[in-house]
Write a protein that binds this ligand. Sequence first.
Ligand SMILES: [Zn+2]
Length: 269
Amino acid sequence: MERISAGPHHTAYKIGDLTVTSLRDGYVDMPVRRLRQPGDKPFGDDLPSQVPLFEGALRLSVNTFAIDDGREITLIDTGSSNAWHPTMGFLPQALSEAKIAVGRIRTVAFTHTHLDHIHGLVRSDGRDGFPQLSRLLVPRAELDMFRSVARLSRFHDRARPLDPGQRLSANIKAIAAPGHEIGHTGFRVTSGGETLLVWGDLVHAPSLQFERPEIAWEFDADQDQARETRLRILALAADNAWCVAGAHLDSPGVGRVSRTEAAFRFEPL
Ligand SMILES: [Zn+2]
């Protein structure tokens, strides 16, 4: 995987015949108590010093990923638009900076249905984010959750169920990654013998959770299952030398995972 262009809100890579672009929707600051030790225990003075804080808060990048196979573009997650903090919602700027015509985005697929991943379907001015959208894929277990979001009501009937193992195209396959949310899904992207795993919210605090994958997130629907899934997928990525792309890894959020004596390490690409 090779970087081919970059700017403040985007970084593009070649992987085989595909172009994958990390698009920066923005960031969100979160209280340290979101990090949970086993037993649902928050950190206090024992927070490891390697975790950078911004005015006492954890800063999470919010990234989405566009996969261009030369014919059409699949977008994984869409950011927050104007539905949450004003530090997010920059996907339209990121797309224009990356020279991605929104009309070429025909498929949108969600890793899960939390608000920082789905609201970009509707721009802050109320227009459709992707006017030529022909396929909207929502993890099957979260269809009802998606259809309860009033701001996105015009998309409720257009949403189609997404199942683990489902192929979105010749190059993209959904894989189960439950825990953070009931239907949380990763996308394995392959071309030219290379693999990239777009893993959504497998990791929220990259400064800590590679080294200590047992640390969970308060908003994990099932922290134990999220831990198990994180360990399993970190091992898969490390042992197969896959590249990974994370929604909340520091922008652009693309790199490789390797094993250490105790756990794992992330090396940005
Ligand atoms: Zn998220």
